[in-house]
Design a binder for this molecule. Structure first.
Ligand code: FE2
Length: 301
């Protein structure tokens, strides 16, 4: 897919020879809340991450976790599996991937929604990918004093069953005071209109200092999540633009940037990698869902 063939609804930058953030890039990020960097990650790095991920999937046995995945599983088992995943590698499936007996309804490699959330501190391939020098340059260039790698995910967006993701802001899940969440979204495979590319609202990060909603640990039961509504008004999606992204393109966006994706109705997968940074200079509350044990603190680049 040639970048030139796409509608230029949002400014894009050719980043194949990226060394540092230009003033134009900083201006675009401040204006739009997102920076589109085409070709930043070489194809062979994307291939290596995909191959490593498929090895991890191969080695994962869903039967070992039937209490978590069965559609009649006890809610506390799946809550606990998610809420305690901030320091390790866990596997999350699409809805309907398991039958009532806890058996997969299709091959696991075609039923996974995502893997998360600490592969960058566990796996050497993820570590290299996550700590590539360009990411550090971008984080610091966009104002992080002390960038910390908080969360990695590998998102499969499977053909036919990869579901819709409603409009949201990533700061909802990764809250700091002030808000410093910075997202890196990398197309590991071409992301198109057909296979469920991201959409976003340029400028939608402006005019408020906090996301519309916060997801945190429940006050009553810290092993469960709870949503706290901050601003119940809906997102104005009239200005949303498609963020088609050829393999290797990196979308860097503000944690307050509203974005969404449609279901994947095509017969092609849409694999993506995401990394979320926070600034170590900001306060990270201990009722955020993602917590690290004392012996595994967050690290920078
Ligand atoms: Fe998101």
């Amino acid at each position: 897919m040639a970048v030139a063939d796409q509608p230029q609804a949002i400014q894009r930058f050719d980043a194949r020879d990226f060394t540092h953030l230009s003033e134009d890039m900083k201006t675009a990020f401040d204006r739009d809340g997102i920076l589109v960097l085409d070709g930043l990650v070489p194809g062979d790095m994307c291939n290596a991450l995909k191959a490593r991920t498929m090895e991890m999937v191969e080695g994962f046995n869903a039967d070992d976790h039937s209490s978590v995945f069965s559609s009649v599983s006890e809610a506390h088992a799946s809550d606990e599996y998610f809420m305690s995943s901030g320091h390790t590698t866990r596997f999350f499936f699409e809805e309907g991937a398991f039958d009532s007996a806890g058996a997969l309804t299709k091959p696991k490699e075609l039923a996974l929604n995502k893997i998360g959330h600490a592969m960058h501190d566990i796996d050497p391939v993820y570590d290299r990918f996550s700590r590539q020098p360009a990411f550090k340059e971008i984080a610091e260039g966009l104002g992080h004093q002390s960038p910390l790698l908080l969360q990695t995910m590998y998102i499969f967006k499977q053909p036919h069953i990869g579901g819709e993701v409603k409009c949201h802001q990533d700061s909802t899940y990764l809250w700091t005071e002030p808000q410093t969440c910075l997202a890196f979204w990398v197309a590991i495979e071409d992301a198109t209109l057909e296979n469920g590319c991201l959409w976003g609202i340029p400028g939608g990060h402006k005019g408020h200092e906090r996301p519309k909603e916060r997801f945190k640990r429940s006050d009553e039961n810290p092993n469960k999540g709870a949503h706290e509504m901050i601003d119940p008004s809906p997102f104005d999606e009239s200005g949303k633009v498609a963020l088609e992204a050829p393999k290797g393109t990196v979308l860097v966006f503000n944690g307050l940037f509203p974005h969404l994706s449609a279901a994947n109705t095509s017969d092609k997968s849409r694999h993506a990698y995401t990394l979320h940074l926070i600034d170590g200079a900001a306060h990270y509350p201990d009722n955020n869902w993602l917590q690290r044990p004392a012996d595994m603190p967050l690290k920078g680049f």
